[in-house]
Design a protein around this ligand. Structure first.
Ligand code: ADP
Ligand code: MG
Length: 344
């Protein structure tokens, strides 16, 4: 009998991953954590673990070479790889890079791309230890695998958040999304014009956040110094709403995020207003910020404030209470991975 055809859109990304991987059972006792977190956790010794994550970036899907300089792309790929390791509270140490190279890519392009990779590796203290090089007929493709290490007791899973825990956030949100919108606007406005002169003045921070985001390995170091292990952690790649929902799903809990506590940079708010975009929507759904969302017990409040540059944006609530964005006038809005709708 012929098999029916199911469109991938019917399952969605997470439904698809679940369908493909749920039948797999662990056959090695060294596999501590498999699919479902930012990275897999593998036993290395009695008290240490190795953390592994893999990610891809595809031309035309994840980046557009008409405005993405190759050096920045190399830097960003490293960030994308090591950010998932960092989100497990592990220190990234090695990466491998696999490339699919199309005919329009030159050696000089690849030199620049690797200059960006080298810069990011040096900055993060990470070694490039291998990879693969092949041809591609569908544009430039990069796959990165990142490896890191931590004590087993230091690893932060998505699943450890407890009721009353504080929800903390590094940096600000929405800037990367606005950087992308700016690049797309300038490309649209200048199409067909010889020697185009895009207007980026006053928006430098947004461009840097989109083209050259830095993974927050600095937080891991600060947390270690203070002896704080987050009860849960995730990096912001799909937007605040989606990441908080992931923590709620894995930790079997609810959450309340306070709208006025979501940190937004001045340049983000300014361009969003100019483009008629709600900057809070950019923070909730934009993504690619590579900041960290983590939870700590309520009694760690003072220690977290002392670390500096961390915002406490909400707290964890009991299972079944739902995940909400609380507006300054006290309305609860249901958090959704894409957009949000008022509570009935
Ligand atoms: P992240 O955005 O943190 O990189 P993803 O949303 O890409 O995580 O993936 C969620 C989880 O599903 C991760 O644990 C990842 O390893 C796993 N995963 C994603 N795609 C696949 C796949 N094709 N096969 C097996 N596991 C996958
Ligand atoms: Mg992640």
């Amino acid at each position: 009998m012929a098999k029916g055809r199911t469109e991938i859109a019917e399952l969605g990304e997470f439904g698809l991953i679940d369908r493909l991987t749920s039948k797999f059972q662990k056959s090695n006792s060294s596999t501590i954590c498999g699919v479902g977190d930012d990275a897999a956790v593998i036993e290395a010794s009695k008290d240490k673990a190795v953390v592994v994550s893999t990610d891809s970036m595809l031309e035309g899907v994840d980046f557009d070479l008409t405005y993405f300089p190759p050096k920045h792309l190399g830097y960003k790929v490293v960030t994308k790889g090591i950010s998932d390791v960092v989100a497990m509270n592990a220190v990234p140490e090695q990466i491998t890079l696999a490339l699919g190279i199309s005919s329009k890519i030159s050696v000089e392009f690849l030199d620049d791309f690797y200059a960006g990779v080298e810069f990011a590796c040096k900055e993060a203290g990470v070694d490039l230890v291998g990879g693969d090089t092949s041809a591609s007929v569908t544009g430039f493709v990069v796959n990165i695998t990142a490896v890191g290490r931590a004590k087993k007791s230091e690893i932060s899973y998505r699943s450890g958040a407890k009721e009353h825990d504080l929800i903390c956030l590094t940096g600000d949100l929405g800037a990367s999304y606005m950087g992308l919108r700016l690049l797309e606007r300038e490309r649209y406005v200048l199409q067909g014009i010889d020697n185009p002169q895009p207007q980026f003045e006053g928006h430098e921070y947004l461009l840097e956040r989109y083209l050259k985001p830095r993974a927050r390995y600095d937080l891991i170091k600060s947390l270690r110094k203070e002896g704080i292990v987050p009860t849960s952690m995730i990096d912001v790649t799909d937007g605040l709403a989606s990441e908080v929902l992931q923590i709620c799903k894995s930790s079997k809990c609810g959450a309340r995020i306070y709208l006025e506590r979501i940190p937004l940079a001045q340049q983000t708010t300014r361009l969003a207003e100019e483009m008629n975009i709600d900057p809070v929507i950019a923070a909730l759904n934009g993504g690619e910020d590579y900041e960290l969302i983590f939870t700590v017990p309520l009694e760690k409040r003072e220690e977290i404030i002392k670390l500096g540059c961390i915002d406490i944006i909400g707290h964890i609530t009991a299972e079944g209470t739902g995940a909400y964005l609380v507006t300054p006038d006290g309305n609860d809005i249901t958090l959704q991975a894409q957009g949000f709708t008022p509570k009935q």
